[in-house]
Design a protein around this ligand. Sequence first.
Ligand code: NAD
Length: 257
Amino acid sequence: MSDDRFAGEFAGKTVIVTGAASGLGKVTAAAFARSGADVAMVDIDRDGLEQSVEAVRAEGGSARPILADLSQSDVGSMVIDATVQAFGTIDVLVNVAGVFHFSPVPQTTAEAWDRVFAINLRAPFLLCQAALPHLVERAGAIVNIASSSAFFGHAYLTAYGASKAALVSLTKSLAMEYARTPVRINALAPGGMMTPMVSGMTSMSDGIDRDLVSRYGGLRPPNEPEDLVDLILFLASPRATAVHGACFAADRGITAG
Ligand SMILES: NC(=O)c1ccc[n+]([C@@H]2O[C@H](COP(=O)([O-])OP(=O)(O)OC[C@H]3O[C@@H](n4cnc5c(N)ncnc54)[C@H](O)[C@@H]3O)[C@@H](O)[C@H]2O)c1
């Protein structure tokens, strides 16, 4: 956990974390709050968000819930305006929220494809677009949460994998376009994590070839979301001054071979 290593590091800074009601977003938001940040916590899950915000406040952290549906086209300005209204500025944007869509090709509908891309790719773009004027002013940072699925083919994850590969590409293009500013823009690509996103996957439908799926397990145990928090805080902090336009693998070797 990041508590000691990043103590005070983000004092006086404002950090936006999407997907803050659950899994990686929840522990990331709590870690930023423990390191002194004011945290805007964004999610569509009202109850989960309330619980996450309460947990941060119970530890003495500063958090503001922003209830938002990232599939909506006006979400960028909505979230950024609400954050600036609450805390006055923005120093860090962490795009964690994402949706998984496990589906064989014949059953992958256009609607499902569009939803995955709206939440996993368009929303990070819209949030970056709206946040960048503030981040340029504050010499801030963006961290996009991609996936090891961006780097190798996954049966039954066509839309999800393609959206994450595009998110890595988006990260690099943004990094180039903002190369002459002080903003740093990077991505992190986790392998499998034990979060609600994948825990519902145990009941696979008929017609799934399990051998195609079991290849992605890796030789080491999966990460817990807590294992990734220090990497996110590092990428968001001035300690990572040398890192811009990069995607760090955090998959315990899955994409190594
Ligand atoms: N769990 C894994 O195995 C794994 C592996 C690699 C990458 N990732 C990525 O890590 C990130 C976090 O995933 P997680 O495992 O913590 O998942 P999770 O399901 O626990 O959390 C995702 C959060 O995103 C929120 N969300 C979903 N749709 C939304 C919408 N339309 N508007 C606002 N919020 C919305 C959910 O409510 C939830 O709180 C995702 O981007 C995911 O793709 C996860």
